[in-house]
Design a protein around this ligand. Structure first.
Ligand SMILES: [Zn+2]
Length: 455
C-alpha cells in the first residue's frame, strides 16, 4: 500500500454501497448511544442476539460469553479452542468528553429568573464549543430506597433540550474579547438552564420549588437524590452526513464509540481463528483511572475468570505467559489533517481522511513521553495481514513533535506484557460536539479489526 493512495479510488461500486450501508448502521448506533452506560447496554443486547451469554460457572471452547463491570465496562469473549494459551484482544473506550452534573447542582438565580444546573466538565473539551447549543441529559438517578430511574431527555424531536447561554457580542468586548480564547470561558460558568416558571406566588426559591415538583412528578425524585446520580450532559443533535457527496459522518461521541462499535461488530460478524476478546473501557478521557478504566485489573480479571472456569490448573506464571503471548489492538481514534490547520501536522507523518484505518506506531508527547511504542515486528505482522485481506490503511502520528500530544489505553495494557499497537479511524474536530469521520475510514477500521481476528 503506497501512502498516497486515496481509499475512495481503491473500492468498486459494490464496496461503496457496503460502506454506505455500514455507515447507516453505525449512525443509528451513535444516535442511540451517548454514554458509556448506554453503550454497555447496546453491546450486551446485540451480543445476546448473536449467541453470547453472561459468563456461566463453567465454560468451554466454542462458547461465546460476556462479562460486565458496574454497567460501565464490558468484555465480549469468543473462545475457539482450549487450553487458553493466547488471545487476540481488541480494546477501545466508550466514554467521551462531556459535562457531568455536579452532586448538588441546582441553583436559583433570582436576578435572571432561571434555575441553573451546575456541571463539571469531563475530559479534554474546548469549553466555548458547549455554549449556545442544544444539550441533552442522560444517566441514572438512584433513590435512597434503591430505585433506579433512567434519564434520557433531549435527543428526540419534541423533547425539551438544555442550554448554556453565551454572551451576546454587543457586550462581550471586555468579558470575553480581551481574554485569551481558552480563558474566556470558565469551567464554573458551564451551567445549563433547566427551568424558568416559578411556583405561583411562592415566597422562598419559587423557581427551584416549581422545578422540584416537576422532577418529583416525572422521576419520583427529591433534590437530595442528585447526590446519588450519574448524569451526563451531551450534545442533543444526532449524527448527520456531511458534504454534497455524503462522504463524512458528523456526530458527537465518535471518540471512541466508533472503535467500540467497529471492534464489537468485527467480533460478532467474524469467524475468529483464535481465542478473541473485545474489551471496552470507561474513563479513558480522564486518564483510564478507576475500577472500569484500563488501569484497573478488569482485563486481568477477565483472563483469570476464563482460566478458572474452563477448568485449567494454572499458576500466576501461566497467566503472565498468556499475557506475554497475547496481542492487543488498542482501537482508538487518531487525527487526520484538518485543511484549516495544516501547520500542526508533519504532513509526511500525518493521517489523511479517506486513506483508511490509521496505524499509530506511538502516541504520547514531547520526547515520546507516555508512549508505549509498537515494536517493528508487530507492525510488520499487521501490515501483512491487512494487505492479504485488502484492507485500506495508512500510518500516521498525532501531530508535529512539540505541538502537543495525547495517549490511549495502549500504555496501560502494554505494562501487563501484551504486544500492543494503536490503530483506528482518524477524526477531525476530535473531542468537539461534532466530530467528523470519513465513511471509508470507518469501514476500513471495521475490516481491519475483522482481518486481525480472522488471520
Ligand atoms: Zn479516545
Amino acid at each position: 500500500m503506497s501512502k498516497d493512495n486515496i481509499g475512495w479510488n481503491l473500492v468498486n461500486e459494490a464496496e461503496k454501497r457496503e460502506i454506505m450501508a455500514f455507515s447507516e448502521q453505525y449512525k443509528s448506533f451513535i444516535n442511540e448511544v451517548r454514554t458509556e452506560r448506554e453503550a454497555v447496554k447496546f453491546f450486551r443486547s446485540i451480543a445476546e442476539t448473536r449467541g453470547y451469554k453472561d459468563m456461566p460457572e463453567t465454560i468451554e471452547a466454542g462458547g461465546k460469553y460476556y462479562i460486565i463491570k458496574n454497567g460501565k465496562a464490558i468484555a465480549l469473549i469468543n473462545l475457539t479452542s482450549s487450553p487458553l494459551s493466547e488471545f487476540r484482544i481488541l480494546a477501545a473506550h466508550m466514554d467521551s468528553p462531556r459535562l457531568d452534573v455536579k452532586p448538588s447542582p441546582l441553583e436559583e438565580d433570582k436576578d435572571s429568573h432561571f434555575v441553573l444546573m451546575k456541571t463539571h466538565y469531563y475530559g479534554g473539551i474546548k469549553k466555548y464549543q458547549w455554549f449556545s447549543r442544544p444539550l441533552s441529559l442522560h444517566g441514572i438517578i438512584v433513590t435512597k430506597d434503591g430505585r433506579k430511574v433512567e434519564v434520557k431527555i433531549g435527543d428526540n424531536m419534541g423533547d425539551p433540550v438544555f442550554s448554556i447561554p453565551d454572551l451576546l457580542p454587543h457586550l462581550s468586548k471586555k468579558e470575553q474579547g480581551d481574554k485569551k480564547l481558552l480563558e474566556g470561558f470558565e469551567g464554573e460558568k458551564m451551567e445549563i438552564l433547566v427551568s424558568h416558571i416559578p411556583e405561583k406566588d411562592g415566597k422562598e426559591e419559587p423557581f427551584k420549588k416549581q422545578l422540584l415538583s416537576i422532577l418529583k412528578d416525572r422521576y419520583g425524585m427529591e433534590e437530595d437524590d442528585f447526590y446519588s446520580a450519574d448524569l451526563e450532559v451531551v450534545p442533543a443533535e444526532g449524527p448527520r452526513d456531511v458534504g454534497f457527496d455524503r462522504a463524512l459522518i458528523g456526530a458527537y461521541g465518535q471518540d471512541d464509540k466508533i472503535c467500540a462499535y467497529s471492534t464489537t461488530m468485527a467480533l460478532l460478524d467474524s469467524k475468529p481463528t483464535g481465542n478473541s476478546i473485545v474489551i471496552l473501557f470507561d474513563k479513558e478521557e480522564i486518564g483510564s483511572d478507576g475500577n472500569v478504566g484500563a488501569q484497573s485489573n478488569f482485563l486481568e480479571f477477565v483472563l483469570v475468570t476464563l482460566l478458572e472456569r474452563i477448568g485449567a490448573k494454572y499458576t500466576y506464571g501461566n497467566l503472565l505467559e498468556l499475557m506475554q503471548r497475547s496481542k492487543v489492538i488498542s482501537a482508538d481514534v487518531g487525527a487526520v489533517v484538518n485543511p484549516l490547520f495544516k501547520n500542526v501536522h508533519d504532513l509526511n507523518n500525518a493521517g489523511k481522511a479517506g486513506n483508511g484505518i490509521l496505524i499509530m506506531k506511538y502516541t504520547g508527547s514531547g520526547g515520546k513521553y507516555s508512549a508505549s511504542e509498537a515494536q517493528a515486528e508487530l507492525i510488520a505482522e499487521i501490515r501483512k495481514v491487512l494487505d492479504e485481506k485488502r484492507v485500506i490503511y495508512q500510518f500516521g502520528l498525532l501531530g508535529k513533535v512539540d505541538e502537543g500530544g495525547g495517549g490511549t489505553v495502549a500504555r496501560y495494557l502494554s505494562s501487563y506484557g501484551f504486544s500492543v499497537i494503536d490503530m483506528g479511524p482518524g477524526l477531525m474536530s476530535m473531542h468537539s460536539p461534532f466530530e467528523l469521520v470519513s465513511k471509508i475510514d470507518l469501514w476500513s477500521s471495521y475490516k481491519a479489526y475483522r482481518a486481525i481476528l480472522e488471520s
